[in-house]
Design a protein around this ligand. Sequence first.
Ligand SMILES: NC(=O)c1ccc[n+]([C@@H]2O[C@H](COP(=O)([O-])OP(=O)(O)OC[C@H]3O[C@@H](n4cnc5c(N)ncnc54)[C@H](O)[C@@H]3O)[C@@H](O)[C@H]2O)c1
Length: 404
Amino acid sequence: MNKGRPFRAALPYCAGPSRGQGRIVWQEVTAVLEKVELAGGLPGPHRPEIPGGETTRRERDVADSVTTIGFVGCGGIGMHHLKIWQQIEQARVVAVCDIIPERAQKAADMMGARPYTDMAEMLRSEQFDAVDICTPSGLHAQQGIMAMEAGRHVLVEKPIDIDLVKIDRLIELADKTGLKLACIFQYRFSPQIQKANQLIREGKLGRIISCSTYVKWWRAQEYYSADAWRGTYALDGGVLGNQGIHSLDQLTWMAGPVAEVEYAHLDTIERQIEAETFAIAVVRFESGARGVIEATTNCYPGMPTRTQIFGTKGSAEFDGHTVVKFSVLGEEIDLQTQEEGQETDGRSDPMAIGLAGHHAQMLDFVLAIQEDRPVLCDGRSARVPVECLNKIYRKAGVKQKIGT
Ligand SMILES: NC(=O)c1ccc[n+]([C@@H]2O[C@H](COP(=O)([O-])OP(=O)(O)OC[C@H]3O[C@@H](n4cnc5c(N)ncnc54)[C@H](O)[C@@H]3O)[C@@H](O)[C@H]2O)c1
């Protein structure tokens, strides 16, 4: 039985911690959400100093209250981003880039923007405030650094990258320049998930004993064969680095960072790729809680994702952006739980995902620039699940160099 509203496919009720894992307080999140809800009545934009002093652009954009975007990576998720940018009136995509000219042209036609096949050339030739990066994961940090060195704010798809050394360089640059750095983790941008996270952090479940996640999804060989970067350690990772990273993020965002991976087993089953299609790990969190991480793309046709947290006073269960259960001993808690989330997490089809979380997060990014306030999912926060991923890879004996 559906006991609450579904995750609306509309706008914007985002929330999430901005300063590391959960260090923002609930009132702050609510205040930011209200501003996102009221978007349109906000003060004029705060602009980064762009090398070369482009006064005309700055004056024009301040007058318009529009944040201009240079877009990179017009593939699967990239085209979803572009559709969302079309709906965000506080932003305008002025230039698009893809190494495949036809993709760049198609996106340019769709957005009324200028097409590029070289990101460096786009940065040199165009005046815009921020870069949105939707390229293969192993390019994210390097392209983010390039954008920031050119004075642009950066929004990047998940994961922020898979190499911790490059991620740290990017975060350092964001700190140094004061430019915004945001990474898409759309599960966080659901009000039920936000509230559940806050309650867990307030201790409603008591002392947390166990935090586990089970990601049983399906990807056929054709999915991997279609793009050379998929399933490689250098550009993607396997199920943990690509599909499972959402759940590693949810788990570590709610339960805190993983201190140690006590056991890890990775396997590549019936797929011609370098990285894992099946992973099991046993982890110990910094809090002392233990957990199991199980992820696969071998499970036909794809099952609901389960993230489960239990403590001495209660338990919680999540399916992506949906709260399935939140029970506290002796207390009624109304979190608008649902028995099972809608199939909008890409468990069977990578493009069958709900876009409400993306929409909210992209709007948050733009408003953070315009208000000069922190984004709700920043670089440091997005690094935590990648650190967990790297610890699992190391424990499993993956020899390739993936981060540190
Ligand atoms: N948040 C989500 O739910 C979600 C869903 C899907 C993908 N993603 C992430 O988005 C990223 C892209 O995934 P995808 O499935 O859209 O991949 P994709 O292969 O469909 O698209 C990537 C695009 O980047 C282009 N590209 C590659 N190198 C480039 C370069 N140097 N400069 C410019 N363009 C370049 C490719 O030509 C391609 O068009 C990945 O990091 C993935 O993890 C996130």
